[in-house]
Design a protein around this ligand. Structure first.
Ligand SMILES: [Mg+2]
Length: 91
């Protein structure tokens, strides 16, 4: 069994926060400039940059789970969340 320190849990949570912020930034770029616009600084399309950030987020969620920093939501919880979002949106 893996030994996890409180420092590792905090580090996982900190990285989770950072990745959430990067998602916010990437979504904002897509909304402002479009999904197919290439970022002059990175040479990447905004849509691809968002996909990469989503991969980062999903990866850190798994690491945070692995290190006991978060309890993963059940499929039922995810389905309920989707239903809530659909109840007040057009999705
Ligand atoms: Mg990232």
């Amino acid at each position: 069994m893996m030994t996890v320190s409180e420092d590792q849990k905090l580090e996982a949570l900190t990285i989770l926060v950072e990745e959430c912020a990067e998602i916010i930034q990437a979504v904002s770029k897509v909304k402002r400039f479009g999904v197919d616009t290439t970022n002059a600084d990175t040479g990447e399309k905004n849509g691809f940059a968002l996909t990469k950030e989503l991969a980062d987020l999903l990866g850190v969620i798994r690491l945070a789970e692995k290190h006991g920093a978060i309890d993963p939501p059940s499929e039922e919880m995810i389905e309920c969340a989707m239903a809530r979002k659909q109840s007040y949106s057009s999705l």
